[in-house]
Design a protein around this ligand. Structure first.
Ligand code: PHE
Length: 457
């Protein structure tokens, strides 16, 4: 075991897994998904999905990982079902696809940090030029992949866990700091109302599908990231309560990110929420102007802090995305960790080149943003984002179905009972039983089909 590495304790595991979950998905994407999905109505659906459909998948993934102490593909083999290894392989491929474009967007965020630190608030107006300036963007993407690789190469407790222990608390402090400040701005309440007052009339199948996709992506589910992290978790720890902490962490950060952002946006529009620019522009186009209006000193401080925060959040996610294929190579080919890290980082960076090159501004808008529907499925990044989303849903559906009907529930429960005194007598067991056997397979299967139909036909 020592060769594979271990998290040193429960907190280390929770912070690392929450670090994987909390990322661009929470701070960048969640607020404008909320906006597009009818405000609080979207939030309600999203919350229901997180706790009823996603939480059981999270628990199942961690249990499979911890039971087998293996990467997502090796885990199914170790359980005695070699054919199911392709489900793990699908997850590894999904991770590679996501990281290939996620790293590019993370590079933008880091680049914006540098621009803000120099007081270049005009960058918001030059966003389209900025992201098509290939060489500069490539440098940031290389730096970001390099930082990710460095952390992963240091191993589980010395790299991944340590980074999360520093970055996650810093992230929380930064969000709370900016949030407190944003509340003092004129029109803050207008922004908050806009964010939190539901318009249920805007709910439709597309929005519901979008909420599920957002929940899956945000919780890093369906591709084995949690199988991988679970494989480094000690048998002494309580999986269910750890998973609950991770879910709360992720949902909480998404919620606070919205709370932080909408007052800033309302301030920038003078309280007129009818013409805010949604989508990617919400952060990369609108916010630099907001920071500028705070005055040169405060603008630089808050502005650079914000984009640094976004970069930190992205970094703990890219680390988990890289760790999945790395663990596969280390386990299955007995490769040395450093070699595996270098090989995978280079391959994934190369896989990301089309995402790096293929973006004009409008293409970019369609990328992360239109997870919900394929309004404009023509460009490469959009296609990748949608493909990955579909894979995550399919992966999640198959993982719970596997656990309930192939591996069998009794085995899942036995693993969950380890480190959880009284599990067999608890209501939690009943909840996991019902969700993993019936609710998740049925609803995830159905929603998967609907999302595919909605996106590709
Ligand atoms: N959860 C991350 C985010 O919200 C993205 C991610 C997806 C990370 C899947 C790992 C696996 O940004």
């Amino acid at each position: 075991m020592a060769a594979r590495g271990n998290f040193s304790n429960r907190l280390g595991f929770i912070l690392a897994a929450a670090g994987s979950a909390v990322g661009l998905g929470n701070i960048w994407k969640f607020p404008f998904e909320v906006e597009a999905g009818g405000g609080a109505a979207f939030v309600v659906v999203y919350l229901i999905f997180c706790f009823t459909l996603c939480f059981p998948v999270l628990v199942t993934e961690i249990a499979i990982g911890r039971k087998t102490e293996k990467n997502p593909a090796g885990a199914f083999v170790a359980l005695g079902f070699p054919k199911w290894k392709y489900l793990g392989v699908l997850g590894i491929i999904s991770g590679i696809i996501i990281l290939s474009f996620y790293n590019v967007v993370a590079g933008w965020a880091f680049g914006y940090f540098i621009e803000m630190a120099q007081g270049n608030f005009d960058i918001g107006n030059q966003f389209s030029d900025y992201i098509t300036n290939i060489w500069r963007i490539a440098v940031y993407a290389i730096l970001f992949m390099g930082a990710t690789a460095l952390i992963v190469s240091k191993g589980v407790s010395g790299g991944i866990e340590k980074a999360a222990k520093i970055l996650m608390p810093t992230l929380i402090l930064m969000i709370l700091g900016i949030l407190a400040y944003s509340f003092t701005l004129p029109n803050a309440m207008t922004g908050i109302k806009y964010y939190l007052v539901p318009e249920f009339s805007e709910l439709n199948l597309r929005v519901v599908g979008g909420a599920l996709r957002q929940a899956f992506f945000s919780l890093s589910l369906g591709m084995g990231a949690l199988i991988t992290y679970g494989s480094y978790l000690s048998k002494k720890e309580n999986i269910v309560s750890s998973a609950a902490s991770i879910t709360l962490f992720d949902v909480g950060i998404a919620f606070f990110a919205g709370l932080m952002l909408f007052p800033l946006v309302a301030y920038s529009t003078g309280g007129d929420m009818s013409n805010i620019q949604g989508g990617a522009g919400l952060i990369f186009v609108t916010l630099p102007g907001v920071f500028e209006s705070l005055g040169p000193v405060l603008g630089i401080v808050i502005g650079s802090l914000f984009f640094l925060l976004l970069s930190f959040a992205a970094l703990t996610s890219t680390v988990s995305l890289l760790e999945v294929p790395v663990s596969y190579i280390v386990d299955e080919y007995k490769a040395n960790r450093n070699t595996a890290v270098i090989i995978m980082a280079v391959i994934i960076f190369i896989a990301g080149i089309p995402s790096l090159l293929g973006n004009g501004y409008s293409d970019m808008l369609t990328n992360f943003i239109t997870y919900v529907g394929a309004d404009n499925p023509t460009d490469f990044m959009t296609f990748l984002g949608q493909l990955a989303d579909i894979f995550l849903l399919l992966g999640g559906f198959l993982i719970v179905t596997f656990a309930a009907y192939v591996w069998k529930k009794a085995n899942l429960h036995e693993e969950l009972a380890q480190g959880h005194e009284g599990y067999h007598q608890s209501w939690v067991k009943t909840f996991i039983n019902i969700t993993v056997s019936y609710l998740c397979p049925a609803l995830l299967g159905m929603l998967f089909v609907l999302v595919v139909l909605n996106n590709f036909f």
